[in-house]
Structure formats: structure tokens, C-alpha cells
Ligand binder design. Structure first.
Ligand SMILES: Nc1ncnc2c1ncn2[C@@H]1O[C@H](COP(=O)(O)OP(=O)(O)OP(=O)(O)O)[C@@H](O)[C@H]1O
Ligand SMILES: [Mg+2]
Length: 291
């Protein structure tokens, strides 16, 4: 028997409270269905304003418990209905790294920031210290533990926000565009950290990303959000080749996937690729002249 999904979203509909009195807001989510299995890494992509952040917030109960608004359908995380389970209780299992790390960092030092969550769990001091050291190590920020988060670069803040979520040892980690403020190497590092967490902790990952190249390498499944629904989902290695569908949704495919589809059309490429090593192998076998 396969294990039940760790996250189940069924027919999720949501509209924020009116911003102008007497005027109903447009629904943001209009029937989202999504299952996530334990240990899976699901990437969520979609154009700006489509509701990606809103969906993330529905997974940790902030939507609708803190935001208000009108919700329909259901979100079940580890068997808990996120509409009714108190947000602090959900936070033990569901870590979240918000899109804007500034909004998440409020402590005087990096160390205090990362210790905040475990302290709220009233854990023994030694365990808190251990978790803080581990989390800062994972994100490569151990040397900055005494600094003020306010003085860090955008990428460093992003890392501290990830460490703060990790220190709770959540079963599920939600990351809302965690690499937006990072340079290419920093981005790769974040994806490597995620990979390591999955291997070591069997952590389940839901990540909003605008980074098709890395999603193609690291994610198990890609879900496309458009018009308030998941309009397509599947392994990145399949979905990213559906270039027309991807473009229609307003999402970028990996450039190598576009190149390989073009080479297939015009030059009879025999096997598509979207990763560099696949490209190398395919091009070498198909076109390298015999010595
Ligand atoms: N607190 C709020 N109150 C009212 N409307 C909101 C609120 N937060 C977001 N919205 C609206 O809900 C819609 C979806 O916003 P959301 O932030 O979920 O989109 P997103 O896909 O994460 O966009 P982005 O890619 O820009 O981060 C937008 O139209 C936005 O204006
Ligand atoms: Mg967003």
C-alpha cells in the first residue's frame, strides 16, 4: 500500500477580504487540487500575481486564519485541516521561508533569529544550541552568528531565513522563491542544501521558483498554477518540453529544452535534453564526426 500524501489540497478556493469597502475581491484560487508525497520535492511555477504565495500560506494556515477572507475546499497537512489547526501548532511540522526575508527577520543577531523557533518549543538549551549550530552550518552562515540580520546582504538574509525554518526540524519545508535574491552560485547552493535535507531528513519540499534550470535538475515534480488552478503537473523532464503549454501559462522553460526542441524540428535531433550532461551526451553521439 502506498503511503497517503503528506499534503492534500482539494478544490481550494480563496478570496482575500475586500480592499475597498463594499467591493468583493476577485477570487485568487479557484479550485486548486494538489497532492504531495512524503519526501517529495514539488516545484510550483506560475506568472506573477497568480496566487503562488497565497497557496503557500494556505499550507501553513496563515490563509485564512490570519488573513481572513473566504475559503472553500480543503487543505490537509499531516492529517490536520489547516483551516482549523492553530498556526503555531502547524508551524512545528510546516516550516516556511517567505518570499521577502526582510519580513521574517526581527532578532538582534543571526543566532537569536535561528534560536527563536526552537525556544518557542521550550526545548532544552543544549538541544536549541545544537539545532542552531546545525542549521547555520547547513546554510553556510555559521561565521555570521553574532551579526545583526539587518546588516546582511539579501542572499545572506535568505540563508538565515532558511536556517530559522530548518531549526524547527519541520517535516515539510515551504520555500517561496528562496533564490530570488541570490547570484547564480548562491542559487545552486540553496538547491544543494534542499537536496541534502531530503537525503538526510527525508524532508518534503514545496518550492515556488522562477528558476527552470534548477527545477529541471532537482525537483521531482513541477506544478503549474494559472487561472487559480493547477493546470498541469508532472516530472520537469516531461512538462518542460511542452513549450507551447509552458509559454501559454507565462512560465519560462529551461533554455536547453527550447534549444533541443528547435534542433529536433530543424535538424532531426534524435533525443531531447534539458540538462547540460544530457545535451553533451546527445550531441556527441549524434553529431560528433568519427575521428
Ligand atoms: N493580503 C492581501 N490582500 C488582498 N489581496 C492580496 C493580498 N495578498 C495578495 N493579494 C492578491 O492576490 C493575488 C495573488 O497574490 P500572490 O501574492 O499569491 O501571487 P504570487 O503568484 O505569489 O505573485 P508573485 O509571483 O508576484 O509573488 C494578487 O492579485 C494579489 O494582489
Ligand atoms: Mg509570491
Amino acid at each position: 500500500m502506498t503511503e497517503a500524501p503528506i499534503i492534500t489540497v482539494r478544490g481550494l478556493r480563496y478570496r482575500y477580504p475586500p480592499t475597498l469597502p463594499g467591493r468583493e475581491a476577485e477570487p485568487v484560487l479557484r479550485g486548486v487540487d494538489l497532492d504531495v508525497a512524503r519526501g517529495e520535492f514539488v516545484a510550483l511555477m506560475g506568472p506573477t500575481g497568480v496566487g503562488k504565495t497565497t497557496l503557500c500560506l494556505a499550507l501553513n494556515g496563515i490563509v485564512p486564519q490570519s488573513t481572513g477572507g473566504v475559503i472553500g475546499g480543503s487543505v490537509t497537512v499531516l492529517g490536520h485541516d489547516t483551516r482549523h489547526t492553530p498556526v503555531p501548532q502547524l508551524a512545528r511540522d510546516v516550516g516556511i521561508v517567505y518570499q521577502d526575508p526582510e519580513s521574517q527577520l526581527f532578532s538582534a543577531t543571526v543566532e537569536a533569529e535561528v534560536a527563536f523557533g526552537p525556544e518557542n518549543l521550550a526545548l532544552p538549551r543544549a538541544e536549541i544550541a545544537e539545532r542552531v549550530a546545525w542549521a547555520l552550518n547547513v546554510v553556510g552562515m555559521a561565521a555570521s552568528r553574532g551579526r545583526s540580520p539587518a546588516q546582511l546582504s539579501g542572499g545572506q538574509k535568505q540563508r538565515v531565513a532558511i536556517a530559522a525554518a530548518l531549526a524547527m526540524l519541520p517535516q515539510i519545508l515551504i520555500l517561496d522563491e528562496p533564490t530570488a535574491a541570490l547570484d547564480p552560485l548562491g542559487r545552486l547552493e540553496v538547491f544543494r542544501v534542499i537536496e541534502q535535507l531530503r537525503n538526510d531528513q527525508d524532508m518534503t519540499i514545496v518550492m515556488v521558483s522562477q528558476d527552470p534550470e534548477h527545477v529541471a535538475i532537482f525537483a521531482d515534480r513541477l506544478a503549474l498554477l494559472a487561472e487559480g488552478r493547477i493546470v498541469a503537473e508532472g516530472p520537469p523532464a516531461e512538462l518542460f518540453y511542452a513549450l507551447d503549454q509552458i509559454a501559454a501559462v507565462g512560465v519560462a522553460a529551461p533554455q536547453l529544452a527550447e534549444l533541443s526542441v528547435a534542433l529536433e524540428r530543424c535538424h532531426g535531433l534524435q533525443r531531447r535534453f534539458m540538462l547540460l550532461d544530457e545535451a553533451e551526451a546527445t550531441l556527441r553521439t549524434q553529431w560528433e564526426p568519427e575521428p
